[in-house]
Design a protein around this ligand. Sequence first.
Ligand code: LUZ
Ligand code: MOS
Length: 761
Amino acid sequence: MKKRKATHIPTMKNIDSHSHVRGESIYVDDIPERQGTLHAAVLMASIAHGKIVSINYTKAQKKEGVVRIITSKDIPGENQIGGIIPDEPLFAINDIHFQGQPIALVLATTESIAREALHDINISYKERPAIVDPIEAFKKGHLHIPSRTFKLGNTTNAWKKCTHIIEGKADTDGQEHLYLETQGAYAYPVENGHITITSSTQGPTALQRTAAKVLDIPMHKIEVDVRRLGGGFGGKEDQATAWGVMAALGATVCKCPVKLILHRMDDMKMTGKRNPYRSTYKIGLDKQLNILAYEADFYQNAGAAADLSPAILERTLFHCNNAYYIPHVTARAHSCITNIPPNTAFRGFGGPQGMFVIEAAIAKAARQLGVKSRDIQKQNLLENGHVFPYGQKVEECQAKPTWSALEKKQSLKKIQNNIDQYNATEKHYKKGLALMPICFGISFTNTPMNHARALVHIYQDGSIGISTAAVEMGQGVNTKMVQVAAKTLSVDAARIKIESTNTTRVANTSPSAASSTADLNGKAVEMACQALRTRLLNVAAKSLAAKPATVTLQEEVVYTNNKKTKIHWEDLVQLAFLARVSLTENAHYATPKIHFDKSKEKGHPFAYHVYGTAAFVVTVDCIRGTYEFDAVDVVHDFGTSMNRIIDLGQMEGGLVQGIGWMTMEELLYNKDGRLLSNALSTYKIPDIYSVPKEINVTFLNTDGNDMAIFRSKAVGEPPLLYGIGAYFALLDAIQQFNPAFEPEIYHAPLTPEKVLMGLYG
Ligand code: LUZ
Ligand code: MOS
């Protein structure tokens, strides 16, 4: 590996940490209310499939404090909010396709009156049978888009060369985002039919564009402003739009400010989640455990509308081979229409669902062949020169380096010996071990979305204000933007302010998603600051009568030929201002090199890939079925991390979120499409007691990649993928106690109840 000199990037704490800890950070619901604000509550369908026979609003309308009830009839433009496919009405008219589907909006003088009024609305339905199972939907031909197939080599021929062929099934349930801040927006009319919407959204432009369509006004009349989010995780990439549009519609109809904040249980009922998947696979290996062929069918439970599911489906295919080289692959994916709320983006975006299936295939193969999963995993790791099923070459591959570093650091042999000893002596407790390598592609798979802009103002006093398309949602992107500007302009970070994300200052943005926000916006900030720096140095050169090439800026001071001058940052800015030189720059960055041809399902869709390997050790209580993760060890390819504190936070948070998905978060709809896990009493997420007792993260400092900002690799989604290892560590422990146990379907999550059944099943 080439050694690179560490560049000097000042690392810093999350710039929001101070205001977060003091409770001073502003979220939508914290915005001081304007006079005359109305509060909104959403009327939703209580059935999953059927027709509205009648609705009677009379009693609710007469209720004191109720100002107006808004339905599809009040929409000036289109009753349509579908992002990729126009298949989702803002308000249902006659047909109901999922429980929780919005029907109307009640506006009242207080929130409690608006919510109480919902009970005064009488609806009668004609219910029809609901479909909640994606395979049932598939068999009926209910698909959002035609099925897609990724192909490498020729599986049909390859089966003949395989010594071992194993077939099986693997299912993953959905996952509730459970952002701390529920969905919400606050809209108010400005003069001349203009409207401002403050929203908790990852996609301000999506909200602006959709509101324009629904209100039938041009986009420039709508300003969407986002300060920060109390978490998004993909749940607000597309699904923040509806609430923002409703608030804007209310504000337009009533000509007064309208605030709409979802209560937790309503948010859980109405919004989509991670797509559950059901899958079937066939895997073939040779005598040396090389995986020769892999076929899989992925049945995505997309829900009642397409939302982002077609794009999510694509990422399932992109990641179907995880970090393994398989010369012959045929992977088919089907986006199935069901009667549950439209499912949506969730950290990993279909990737984890695809990766679980190959891991299940390897685990089942290992059992049948009497070897360890990790023997097969290790044997098949990607290397430079390999090719992904979608045609991109494997470059700067860190699959083997992270695996070996983990092996070395943790001496797997020793760990396994300790576990074997423990399991031999303990009767009622068993330990299990699993390794989980990961590979995740960085870029929106939809190439046109990979761009961002930054608007940088240097004010006359030397302070700096920066606007980008990046939405801060706790991931620390604003802190990274400060670092980029501080380094590029050689100024103190304290001079820099990151403004809210605002469609009037930065237009036509992609959502903050796909782990790409820091890369795309960071590059734009870097470009803008670089241009300003050059411009300012020319001013300095003129003032010093020096050649521009000899003038530099170091820690806020101008140098000529490496000699300090008297010109400080603030003097320099003054000089430029008086010389009528622009202190503002707007830069546009579009990821170079990437492309993808959907007609061939081949191309080079990703700027680069992120790799890593994790080891999970779990202890199962074989009387109760409960378990604790003793330790998770991770060796992760961060590139040259520009902020270890933030990157470690992303690693720990993502890892635990992934473990939650695989072990305890049981999202249940009944056969009538009713959400059973609709509160925190019925849907368990990891808490401080359920996190692994130890999380040891090793930063594998690699070169990084030029397309990563400061060669610091994207870190948002990849850590979640490690969580898949939790399932297989648990399965290993169960099988230590009950060697005969073999699940008919590998089905996550492995809740304590399911573990118990496995122990005695
Ligand atoms: N959103 C999206 C994403 O629109 N396209 C993507 O490829 C993606 N990947 C991860 C997360 N969100
Ligand atoms: Mo996302 S799953 O909004 O990156």
